[in-house]
Write a protein that binds this ligand. Structure first.
Ligand code: ZN
Length: 319
């Protein structure tokens, strides 16, 4: 009997903490094993025919209770893919779904006081963003043990591209490519399945971006007319995120918790190395991107303008 229970526990781990009765049966469980695991409270019924084990987190339980799956931004975040700034739970339900119990799902979620990080991705309390399953996208799917509660990678990415604004959509694709969550060939397929209004984003993808915030800044600067190189090397230090118009380096500090002494010391040295190479250097934080962009852009523009003026002046000056 203990063996039955531990076997079920193993299968639940493989399935990511949530599995349907039919999945468990297809993986070799028997009805008797499932009954025993339920009486031993290894399995908890979250919805008719779908069970959760103790490993299941709040996002999984909320999505399944709603009759759906973790999708879109919530799915990407579980894989540590950039998913913008919307921290609601994104759920995908079948076209035929009804009686969604949104109120029930809205009552639970991470309290706003919780500090987010790469490993703490649980969605906020409040009404989830509901996506409706589209059967024509089935060809983007590949079977997975987590199919009972999680949308597949490429469908999640497509949902995230359509669900976000353009700069965050590009950042999600950059991030998915950089982390090898998807391949270039899959991105080709993704673009054939996107609405025509979004196909032009293809030209703005750059998988060398170190972070979503870096992508957002790159996209904004290029759209503002700057020539932006990415991952620019300068001798003696690590690569700069961006080189603007060939004259100013820019680093985007993405980590809000970026603050240990070693890193700060490295960043000071990095700034000096840039100036030593004749390139003024700027360093910005997420708040400079999302809370005061017009001012940030004005500062970047002025720094770049003056650096170009100085470069041109030196070129004209007789030696
Ligand atoms: Zn969404």
């Amino acid at each position: 009997m203990a063996d039955d229970v531990s076997r079920i526990h193993q299968l639940m781990m493989v399935s990511g903490g949530v599995a349907s009765r039919s999945t468990l049966l297809s993986l070799g469980a028997t009805a008797r094993m499932i009954d025993r695991a339920r009486s031993a409270q290894i399995l908890q019924s979250v919805r008719r025919g779908i069970y959760a084990s103790a490993e299941a987190d709040l996002d999984q339980r909320r999505a399944v209770r709603l009759g759906g799956k973790v999708a879109c931004l919530s799915a990407l975040r579980r894989h540590r893919i950039w998913a913008g700034t919307d921290t609601r739970l994104h759920v995908c339900v079948r076209r035929s779904a009804h009686d969604l119990h949104i109120d029930e799902a809205a009552r639970v979620g991470a309290p706003a006081t919780i500090q987010r990080s790469d490993t703490n991705f649980i969605a906020d309390r409040g009404a989830p963003r509901v996506h409706w399953q589209r059967s024509e996208l089935r060809e983007l799917e590949s079977p997975s043990y987590q199919g009972d509660w999680l949308m597949p990678p490429l469908i999640s990415l497509r949902q995230a591209v359509v669900c976000q604004n353009e700069e965050h959509a590009i950042a999600s694709i950059d991030s998915a490519l950089r982390t090898r969550f998807v391949t270039e060939a899959q991105i080709d397929r993704l673009f054939t399945q996107l609405p025509a209004r979004l196909r032009h984003l293809r030209a703005e993808i750059d998988a060398t971006a170190d972070s979503g915030n870096e992508t957002v800044v790159r996209v904004r600067l290029r759209r503002a007319g700057f020539v932006v190189e990415t991952q620019f090397p300068i001798p003696g230090t690590s690569k700069f995120d961006l080189l603007i118009d060939g004259v100013v380096t820019l680093d985007v500090d993405s980590k809000r918790w970026h603050g240990d002494d070693g890193q700060i010391s490295w960043d000071f040295d990095k700034t000096l190395c840039s100036f030593a190479a004749g390139l003024p250097s700027l360093r910005i934080l997420p708040r400079h991107i999302y809370e005061s962009w017009p001012r940030t852009l004005a500062i970047i523009s002025r720094t770049v303008f003056e650096a170009k003026e100085l470069r041109d002046f030196r070129r004209m000056r007789p030696r």
